[in-house]
Design a protein around this ligand. Structure first.
Ligand code: ADP
Length: 251
């Protein structure tokens, strides 16, 4: 699909908000330019016209990426492993690894999961988060819920994982474990059937991947055994390295 005209309008609206005029762009440059404008956009009210166009564009992009039904993955018990872009997964909840401001990533086109999720879901997510946070900072290991908007999932669970500086501390371990437990307990409380975890804290936040995986898997398995045997849990990995680590841990 050629989104040229829709993107022109969206880019014009966001550029006008910034008191700028958009530079001449090729069709190939427009998606990235639009995403970058959304990434840096402060959480301020936005017009219904913008939202209608944005939702038309983002929902078409979601369909184009190819929606993956979390219910149809291969499960061993209640647990599945899936490698790919979390913004493709149709589950009740997907877990976003956030920073403590909880407003998404403001770095244009940054490769973190927070940026990927906000960019694909729409500017409404930042607005909702801002409404909940009201300038405060989110402690590590808790969870906040927004709708999925233009993602295939119903809800986004926003959690802040620990930032590791050198050696992993007991506090880091407790915080990471609490991210998983808070999300699992929230899913149960909301009566959800499926939840997708990304590899929280193991990217920019520097938690060693093997250690984080072992903690994630044991926490989820113990919780399923003692608290709830009906929730489907997907471990979503993005890289081949993480896939190997999880395959080994789950075996
Ligand atoms: P953190 O700051 O918590 O470390 P990052 O976004 O840097 O968060 O990384 C967390 C994990 O998310 C990493 O394992 C990274 O490979 C993964 N990731 C990044 N983008 C995506 C995506 N689009 N879908 C799924 N996982 C992703």
């Amino acid at each position: 699909m050629n989104y040229g005209t829709v993107l022109d309008k969206l880019i014009d609206i966001l550029s006008a908000e910034r008191g700028e005029k958009a530079p001449p762009l090729t069709d190939g440059q427009k998606p990235g330019y639009f995403r970058a404008l959304c990434n840096v956009r402060p959480p301020e009210p936005v017009s219904d016209d913008f939202l209608q166009l944005q939702d038309e564009y983002l929902s078409a992009r979601t369909r184009e990426r190819g929606v993956v039904d979390a219910g149809k993955l291969k499960y061993n018990g209640n647990i599945a492993l899936w490698r790919g872009d979390i913004t493709r997964l149709n589950a009740d909840a997907v877990v976003n690894a956030c920073n403590c401001a909880l407003l998404g990533c403001f770095i244009p086109l940054h490769g973190c999961i927070d940026n990927a999720i906000h960019s694909a879901a729409g500017v409404q997510v930042r607005l909702d988060c801002n409404g909940m946070m009201n300038g405060s900072l989110e402690p590590n290991g808790r969870v906040r819920v927004t709708k999925g908007y233009n993602l295939p999932c119903r809800y986004i669970f926003h959690t802040v994982g620990p930032q590791v500086d050198g050696k992993v501390t007991d506090t880091n371990r407790a915080d990471l474990k609490n991210c998983y437990l808070s999300c699992l307990n929230k899913a149960k409380e909301m009566g959800l059937g499926s939840i997708v975890f990304c590899c929280i804290s193991t990217g920019v936040y520097g938690y060693p991947k093997d250690e984080a995986c072992a903690l994630a898997v044991s926490t989820v398995k113990d919780w399923l055994k003692s608290c709830c045997n009906s929730l489907k849990v997907v471990f979503n990995v993005f890289t081949a390295e993480d896939e190997d680590i999880y395959e080994h841990e789950l075996a």
